[in-house]
Design a protein around this ligand. Structure first.
Ligand SMILES: [Fe+2]
Ligand SMILES: [Fe+2]
Length: 151
């Protein structure tokens, strides 16, 4: 069963980024499954670790893209701080669970319920106009690059 479902409102109109966000949804759904369903396969720690590692990979990739499209430095720094804060929260939740803290599971569920909506719909959407502008004006020498073929 899927707990978070992808819809058009999450789209950044850039398949490269959308595909990574969709993969984050897959990791979140797997994590929800082990939280909600006793018969689900895998452990919470394993699924949480997969989710943390994929978040780190996606955030790094997204920051590289923002750097390359010359997203204003002040906005980029702010976005990076938000990413760092999310990763910090994820590790804190992992620690809480490892310590057997009873509020850990509840906190993890609250975190899952809020972060994608807040981050994709509010924070990531802030750079969407820059991606669209970049698509129109991207430098010629980068047009052939496979990486930028996705943007
Ligand atoms: Fe982001
Ligand atoms: Fe993102």
């Amino acid at each position: 069963m899927d707990y978070v479902i992808w819809s058009k409102m999450y789209s950044m109109n850039v398949p490269y980024i959308d595909n990574q966000h969709k993969k984050l949804f897959v990791h979140m759904n797997e994590l929800y499954s082990v939280l909600k369903d006793n018969n689900a396969e895998g452990s919470i720690f394993q699924k949480l670790n997969d989710f943390i590692h994929y978040s780190e990979l996606h955030f790094k990739d997204e920051e590289d893209i923002l750097e390359l499209i010359e997203y204003p430095q002040a906005k980029l720094r702010r976005h990076k701080r938000i990413h760092d804060n999310i990763i910090e929260q994820e590790y804190k939740l992992n620690d809480q669970l490892l310590k057997g803290d009873e509020s850990g599971l509840y906190n993890l569920e609250c975190f899952l319920n809020s972060w994608v909506i807040r981050h994709i719909l509010v924070n990531d959407k802030e750079f969407q106009p820059y991606l669209a502008k970049y698509r129109l004006y991207k430098p010629k020498e980068l047009q052939e690059s496979t990486f930028f073929a996705h943007i």
